[in-house]
Design a protein around this ligand. Sequence first.
Ligand SMILES: *Cc1c(COP(=O)(O)O)cnc(C)c1O
Length: 436
Amino acid sequence: MDSLLTSEAAADAIRLFGRETLKQELRRAIARGHVSPEALIASARDALSRHFSPSLTRAINATGVLLHTNLGRAPLCPEAREALREVSGGYSTLEYDAEKGERGKRQDHVRALACDLFGAPGALAVNNNAAALLLAMTALARGRRVLVSRGELVAIGGSFKIPEILEASGASLAEVGTTNRTTIDDYRRSLGPEVALLLTVHPSNYEIRGYTARPEPGELALFAREAGIPWLHDQGTGCVEPLDDFGIAGEPTVAQCLADGADLVTFSGDKLLCGPQVGLVVGRKDLIALLAAHPVARAVRPDKLTLAALAATLAAWKRTGRDGFPVYRAATAAIVELEQRGARIASLAGANRELGVAVAPSEALFGGGTSPEKRFPSRALRVSHSRLAAEELASRLRQRKTPIVGRVETGHLWLDLRTISPEEDGEVGAALSELR
Ligand SMILES: *Cc1c(COP(=O)(O)O)cnc(C)c1O
């Protein structure tokens, strides 16, 4: 072992991984049956580079889904990225009031900005929207009942189920109405002394069509006021501006939900708000104060990086509106622009004679629970290969150092240009030309 570790070849590996780590890995390489010093060191180096190379890396989203939960939802705006750089490298004023020279509160960095942007009296930031709901249910309805329409007992993504969050909070469910029809009279009939809260949920990833009914927001507000219980609306997407110009009508903004009479509105920070992973609760000040004072609030509080990025995101909305955000720039890119970029990437890949690349019509969507099935026009690279199947092409692109994630359909690999950022075009072109 000593002679192995003092060899020329080992010196480089020691610099990369440290002497002790290399030594342990060399023992494993010996156990794997290698004998020559060169083979031992090469095998140990390979194993260690695999072990230490990060699996959480940048990825190129070619799926056409702008807010893809598996791909980290919204990319941040430049101001939020700069705030992360600024706050992460040293100490910060996380809980320090520099003006007064005394202890400050972490929520103070975002409260006024959030209240201003959403037209809300109060605001609280927590770890994510699921945490916001858990906190609200716990603080407002633990040991009591929560009214929820049977049409809104939904699962969002793999692990978010409204009934389970409710149960975890110690509140119990009072189911109202039926899956397709719930009226304000159904809510009235379900009311009792043990009911503490009215919960409504934005039907974000599903649509119930046909013979349906749900109360108007005004009816719900009036009902909650008369019953003397708060109304919490899980808006989910954090929509700041209407999306009508994408052909997506009826995606309510957070401000609209408050104006409609909801006492509290909860949503994610990394969907249409395009900030970091965070959950926001906005609305009545007295209720927000109850939430903030609950011990669960301490368990789900956001960290300094999240708060720095969130404050910068909220400020950017006021300064630049949606045009300052990568997701909206991608969403509004003109079809001709996508076609031109597609043609350029295709020509970069043109040297690869085995490849067939065409720019073809496709459809993009916001995703992240924004009005389901509402798609808008896009363009994609439709890729085929003279020897390799579409699944194989997709797999090779996924296994690059920076994975490129597309989709396989109709026997082709599709790379949607709307979600590929223009700065990534060269990388995509190079990756395609290497598919041999
Ligand atoms: C996305 C979403 C959630 C879950 O939010 P997370 O921030 O992922 O915890 C809950 N409710 C609705 C309506 C949503 O759209």
